[in-house]
Structure formats: C-alpha cells, structure tokens
Design a protein around this ligand. Sequence first.
Ligand SMILES: O=P(O)(O)OC[C@H]1O[C@](O)(COP(=O)(O)O)[C@@H](O)[C@@H]1O
Ligand SMILES: [Mg+2]
Ligand SMILES: [Mg+2]
Length: 337
Amino acid sequence: MEGIGITVTEHLLMHQKASPAATGRFTSLLTELIFSAKIIAREVQKAGLVDILGLTGEVNVQGEQVRKLDEFANRVLIYRMQRAGVLCAMASEENADIIEIPDRYPGGDYILVFDPLDGSSNIDVNVSIGTIFSIYRRKESGRAYVALDDFLRKGSEQVAAGYFLYGTSVMLVYTTGDGVHGFTLDPSVGEFLLSHPNIRIPERGKTYSVNEAYTPYWDERTRAVVDYFKSPDNDLGKPYTARYVGSLVADFHRNLLNGGIFMYPADRRDPAKPRGKLRLLCEAAPLAFVVEHAGGAATDGRTRILDIQAAALHERVPLFIGSRADVERATALLQGG
Ligand SMILES: O=P(O)(O)OC[C@H]1O[C@](O)(COP(=O)(O)O)[C@@H](O)[C@@H]1O
Ligand SMILES: [Mg+2]
Ligand SMILES: [Mg+2]
C-alpha cells in the first residue's frame, strides 16, 4: 500500500507541502506531542519493572484517584508542550483550569486539550492505555490572553485529533480532516512508521462494548439498545460479540479497525454525573473527530457529538461511537424508534 513504512515526520512534511499556506507550526506541534508520547510510552513499558505503580492518594478534579503514571504523563505533556512555541494554552483532564503558557516561552495560536492517560484503572494490570489529544486554533489570533471561551467549542471546530495507544505495540492514530492514519512505533529505531494509511471503519460491526454491570442504573431505552445488539433478530442476524477493555482508547481502537460500537450511556449511579462518565472535550470530541473522518459516527444518544457546544471544561457526555449503522441504530432506539 502507498506510503507504508514512511516515518510520521515524512508524512507530516508531505502534508505540510501539500498545503501552501502552512507555516510548519502544526508540524512542530505534532512533532513535540509525538516526542512527549515516546517518553510516556517508555515509562509505561517500564511499569512492571520499576515500582512506580500504586495510588498516590491524591484525587483529581474529577474526584478520581490519581495514579503515579497519570501524573507523570500529565507533567511530561505540560512541560514539553508549554515550551513548544506553538500553543496559546492547554487543558488537561487532570487540571481544573486552563494551563497557560508562561510569558518566558514563545506562544502560538493553537490550543491543545488532552487526556494524558486514558484507562487509568488498567495501568497496574498491564492492559492497554493511551493518551487522547484534541487541537483547536484560538478564536482570535494575536490576543494577549486566552479566554475559557477559546476552549468551549464544538468538536467540529477541531483542526486535528487523535490518540497514542500503549498496547502490545505503541501506535499513533490521528487525523487533520484528511483521512485517518495509523503509525506504529518501531522501538528499535524510535520512529513511528505508517502502518495503517487511510483507516475506514466498517459500516456495521459485530462487536458491542459497554459496561453491562450498570444495567440496573440504565433507563428502559438504554436497555433496549443493548438488548438489540445481543438479539439474534438484529440487523446483523445474530448477537454481537461483547468486548470491554475498560480503556476507552483501546476499546475505540479495536472497533475502529474491526467495526463495532462503544457505549458509555448516562446512568443513575451518581446524581452528580447525570450525563455519564466520559468527558466531552478530552475524550468524546477527539474520538468523534477521528471516527467521522474514518466513515463512522458518534452521538450522545440524540445529538452528533461534534455539534455539541461545550459549556464547561470538564463537561461529561453519554457516548455512542463507532460503525455508522450501529451508532444510527442505537441513537434511533434511544429516541424511541
Ligand atoms: O470502569 P468504567 O465505569 O466502565 O469506566 C471505564 C472508562 O473510564 C475511563 O477509564 C476513563 O478514563 P480515565 O482513565 O482517563 O479517567 C475510560 O477509559 C473507560 O472507557
Ligand atoms: Mg480517559
Ligand atoms: Mg485520564
């Protein structure tokens, strides 16, 4: 296949050349992000060897316990991306507020939102985890300060999004709106090589991913959706297979390649989280941007994820994401169809 084996740097430069207005700043952003992810991947791979696991005892802004590797990943990304000279601000799942770029570093017009380590409950059991990222351009170029408004956007305004998957191999999957491309890290040379050019998600999958332990907390329509995927009388003509890693990025990646649907519906477990667990800006929107550019779909059960205007930095949304036919069916059932 065309381009297979080229380095991600070559790939980025090819895209830069194809766009005459490009300044190279986006290429610098991605290059720095890739370097940060390599540092995180190196640490993830040592996780079983070095005693860096266990809980720190601290609680993040979401009220969840922070593990040391989450903290490490967050620090690496903040440290390196602040110095990259291309950002005006960042936001992380682990920080309550916007992360500014100190005056002593050069700035830029891009905004970066990230989940530094997704799937944190899987860190100490050697199961795949990842880093999810989302990139916007600031609303008004040249303004001295960055407003919260610059972050409270629709996902459709993203200029790029993707993720690093620390799995059996380390992968980068990203899109700038011009196809979804997957790169695999060759650890011996330390380079990401194009392994999955122009990924297209199958129109309908054979796999559903949801945490069914929460069935008692779902409403009738959510139960009907999951029953549909388990029914021999569904559009596939047989029950879908269940797969749930518990790392969104890993469940998403499997479904992106093989087809299927991932669901994290709203539930009644926690009255403080009536819209489910996953975060709009650092989880749902970037993966929705990726899946749509691969031919798939993502909704909150009613609205296209990319059309949702964020109202808060850490807003949560129900998420139905994956193969188009499966997401459309789930959304129709949730609407009583
Ligand atoms: O254990 P649950 O409730 O099924 O939640 C699993 C989900 O939570 C997450 O771990 C949340 O992400 P973080 O690890 O970044 O907090 C997702 O990756 C995953 O899909
Ligand atoms: Mg996460
Ligand atoms: Mg996380």
